[in-house]
Design a protein around this ligand. Sequence first.
Ligand SMILES: Nc1ncnc2c1ncn2[C@@H]1O[C@H](COP(=O)(O)OP(=O)(O)O)[C@@H](O)[C@H]1O
Ligand SMILES: [Mg+2]
Length: 372
Amino acid sequence: MAEISIRKVSKTFGKTTVLGGVDLDIFNGEFVVILGPSGCGKSTLLRLIAGLEEISAGEIAIAGVVVNALEPRERGCAMVFQNYALYPHMTVAQNIGYALKVAGVARAERQARVEATAKSVGLTEYLDRKPGQLSGGQRQRVAMARAIIREPRVFLFDEPLSNLDAKLRVQMRHEIRRIHNRIGATSVFVTHDQHEGMTLADRLVVMNKGSIEQVGTPAEVHDRPASVYVAGFIGSPAMNFLPGQISLVRRGVLLENGTLIPLAQMPVLEDGHLVQLGIRPEHARLTPRGRGVIEAQVDMIEDLGAQRLCNLMFEDMPFCVLIEARPPLPAGTPVGLDIPAEHIHLFDAASERRIEIALPLPVAAPAEALTG
Ligand SMILES: Nc1ncnc2c1ncn2[C@@H]1O[C@H](COP(=O)(O)OP(=O)(O)O)[C@@H](O)[C@H]1O
Ligand SMILES: [Mg+2]
């Protein structure tokens, strides 16, 4: 049985449909990340689970109980927000213990639980401080502690790290995952940051305009994106797309300029079927001029330190390749491009959904290549 079961859930504000029939099962102890751009309905979905908004249609059950009509405090969820919402006039200890005080827990027990919770998030030394005397990361930990102390069945996180600087964000990300692993509660974490999503999630839920595009492990979503949208959203730098049509006779995708990109296996489609061919920047390869399947021109090379991002132009389309070397390639230099067949993604041009190509089984990497 799923810990959280979301069935055909819709949400409308006036005439605007913000969520249109969402179905999702979240399992006990799972860390699920809801990922999507700003405005796609992530917070709304989380607030429906928490009971902070009313569902327009459909059903949400938590631990087998339909919660549609239950108050937020009856649902066993604790929510951690982006703007921690700490009480500024209370000490850290008082902030952490507040929910217990309201619930009428006796002073001695309250104190013991505050101390234990503070210890679990590394706040023991700060119990007497006020929020104003803490760093951003410490405040975030107080917000976490305040949620943990209630021993919720479910943690709901709404972009809790967005206000922190890059380094602290990574630190807190690790901390949240460690706390999750230790406590074993179910976590639902909303973010627009694909790196946060990829690194935190057991399963990723990719949202687009009020619907779920794909649910899967980070590896599944990255390696087999279900749509053009997911393929373009996950992965950095973003996947390149080339429009073309299936050529059965020539066993590949015929681009609009007549260039043929060979495929390893032909999908079950009719000749001339319109497709989008996708290839990730780390999978395309630069070749000397005249030796690739595509001929392109250098637009600009960006040095990322460990790698170089080659921004090319293929006809009037931008095309991006990630390489290790530092080639002396001034703007305007003609280059060739190889599009390795085993890394090609195909999408239906009309529906933008993934087209499966039966690939030959990958050759396992020799053990010594992994162990050195
Ligand atoms: N109370 C509300 N009234 C009207 N529209 C709302 C309300 N809350 C959210 N919306 C709209 O719903 C859409 C989704 O919002 P939200 O769930 O906050 O997105 P996200 O968290 O993914 O950025 C947005 O277009 C937003 O303007
Ligand atoms: Mg939001």
